[in-house]
Ligand binder design. Structure first.
Ligand SMILES: Cc1ncc(COP(=O)(O)O)c(C=O)c1O
Length: 398
C-alpha cells in the first residue's frame, strides 16, 4: 500500500470544488473526486498537448481515438464486443442522461429509477419535464438489492425509460447477472429503453465482477444506451470526456434525429487524450489505487461496525460509503449533524431521493491520515451525542 496521496494543504491549493465548498475547518468527503494524483500516463498525455501547444482542431488516428479505445477496453476488461462506430463522444455523462431522456421519451412520460440514486438522475427527469417513477432498492440485511417484482409493478404504461446505475452510486452495489437479467425482462416486457450508467465499472473490488448490461443479450443490447468514461476511475472529472454507446443502429439514429450532432459539440483535445491514455496505459496505476481504496473501504467498514447505530454495507465498488444514521435519532439531519458537530462535509442522503432520509454518503478516496481524522471527528461527535453533551443538545431544533 504505497499509493501516493495528497495532503489537505495541496488539495486546498488546487481549485477543485471538493475542498472549497465547505469552510476551511471542515474535512470534505463528499463529491466523487479522489485526493490522489493522476496516473503518470495521463499526466504525460496532457503534458504533450500543452508542450506542443497543440490546441487547434484535432486530427485523430482512428486506431487511437476515443471510440476505438473504448471498444478495446470493453473487450479486454469485460469481454464485451463494442462497435466503434456506435460510440458517441460526450462532454459528460450527466449530459448523456439528459440527452437520452429527451431523445427517447416525451414530456410527461415516466422514467424509472432505483433509489437512493445519484442526484443528477432525479434532476434530469425533473428538468426535462418527465415523470419520476421510483422503484426503491431493498436492504436485504446484507446489501441493497434490486426489487424486480416491485419494478414490474411500478412501471406503468406511460413509462418509456429505465435509468440504471451499475455499479450503483451511492450503495456501491455491483449488480449480479441474475439481477440484471431480471431488470432486462421487465425492460423487454414493457418495451423500455435502458440507459445504463457504468461510470464506476473500473472501481470494482476483488470478489465481484462488472457485467455490462448491454452484454447480456443482443435483444437487450438493442434497447440499451451505455454511458461510460474514465473520469471516476482515473480521477479526471474536470477534463470532461465520456461516451454513450448505442446498442443498435436504430437507437443511434433515433438519438441523432432528436439531438443532431452539433447540439452535442465535441470533446476537447486534453480530455480526449487523457481518456485514451488512461484506458490504454493507466491500468497498473489503477490497480494500485484499488489497493488503497480497498484498505480505506475496510477501515470505514470496521469504524461503522464499532459505532452502535451506524448501518453500513461495505461497497462492492466505488469509493463511496453509504451510512444510514437513522437509528441514532439525531437532533438534526444526518448531514447537518456531521457538518456542525464533526466538521465533516458529506453528501446529504435526502438528495438521493426516497430511501435517502437519515443517510449520508462519505467519499473515502483520500489519504489514510485524512480518513482517520474524518472518522475520529465523526466518532467524537457521536460520543458527545451519546453523553448528551450541551453542544449537540443546543443544535436541537436548528
Ligand atoms: C453514476 C454517476 N454518473 C455520472 C457521474 C458524473 O459524470 P460526469 O461528470 O461525466 O457528468 C457521476 C459522478 O460521480 C456518477 O457517480
Amino acid at each position: 500500500m504505497n499509493m501516493l496521496t495528497l495532503s489537505a494543504e495541496t488539495m486546498r491549493r488546487r481549485r477543485g470544488i471538493k475542498w472549497h465548498r465547505y469552510p476551511e475547518d471542515v474535512l470534505p468527503a463528499w463529491v466523487a473526486d479522489m485526493d490522489f494524483p493522476v496516473a503518470p500516463a495521463v499526466q504525460q498525455a496532457i503534458r504533450q498537448v500543452v508542450d506542443q501547444m497543440d490546441y487547434g482542431y484535432p486530427h485523430r488516428d482512428p486506431e487511437h481515438a476515443l471510440e476505438a479505445t473504448f471498444a478495446r477496453r470493453m473487450a479486454d476488461r469485460f469481454g464485451w464486443a463494442v462497435e466503434a462506430e456506435r460510440v458517441q463522444p460526450l462532454a459528460d455523462l450527466v449530459q448523456g442522461i439528459a440527452a437520452c431522456i429527451v431523445a427517447f421519451s416525451q414530456p410527461g412520460d415516466g422514467v424509472v429509477v432505483q433509489t437512493p440514486i445519484y442526484p443528477p438522475f432525479l434532476a434530469a427527469i425533473e428538468l426535462t419535464g418527465r415523470r419520476r417513477v421510483v422503484n426503491p432498492l431493498v436492504d436485504d440485511g446484507r446489501r441493497f438489492v434490486v426489487d424486480a417484482e416491485g419494478l414490474a409493478r411500478t412501471v406503468d404504461a406511460g413509462t418509456r425509460l429505465l435509468l440504471l446505475c451499475n455499479p450503483h452510486n451511492p450503495t456501491g452495489r455491483v449488480l449480479e447477472r441474475e439481477e440484471l437479467e431480471a431488470v432486462g425482462r421487465v425492460a423487454a416486457d414493457r418495451d423500455l429503453v435502458v440507459v445504463s450508467d457504468e461510470i464506476h465499472c473500473d472501481l470494482v473490488y476483488p470478489g465481484r465482477r462488472h457485467v455490462p448490461f448491454a452484454s447480456l443479450d443482443p435483444e437487450l443490447a438493442a434497447r440499451t444506451v451505455t454511458l461510460n468514461s474514465a473520469t471516476k476511475g482515473f480521477n479526471i472529472a474536470g477534463l470532461r470526456c465520456g461516451v454513450a454507446y448505442f446498442g443498435s443502429k436504430d437507437l443511434q439514429e433515433r438519438f441523432r434525429r432528436a439531438l443532431p450532432p452539433p447540439l452535442l459539440g465535441h470533446v476537447n483535445s486534453i480530455g480526449h487524450d487523457a481518456t485514451v491514455a488512461a484506458w490504454e496505459h493507466g491500468q497498473p496505476w489503477l490497480d494500485e489505487v484499488m489497493e488503497q481504496l480497498r484498505w480505506n473501504r475496510d477501515r470505514v467498514a470496521s469504524w461503522a461496525a464499532a459505532q452502535g447505530g451506524v448501518r453500513h454495507h461495505p461497497p462492492e465498488a466505488t469509493y463511496l460509503a453509504w451510512l444510514d444514521l437513522r437509528a441514532l435519532a439525531l437532533p438534526a439531519t444526518a448531514h447537518s449533524f456531521c457538518l456542525e458537530e464533526a466538521r465533516v462535509g458529506l453528501n446529504p442522503g435526502e438528495d438521493f431521493g426516497p430511501g435517502g432520509e437519515g443517510c449520508v454518503r462519505l467519499n473515502f478516496a483520500t489519504s489514510p491520515d485524512i480518513l482517520d481524522r474524518i472518522l475520529e471527528r465523526l466518532s467524537a461527535a457521536l460520543e458527545r451525542l451519546r453523553r448528551g453533551d450541551r453542544k449537540v443538545a443546543a443544535s436541537r431544533g436548528r
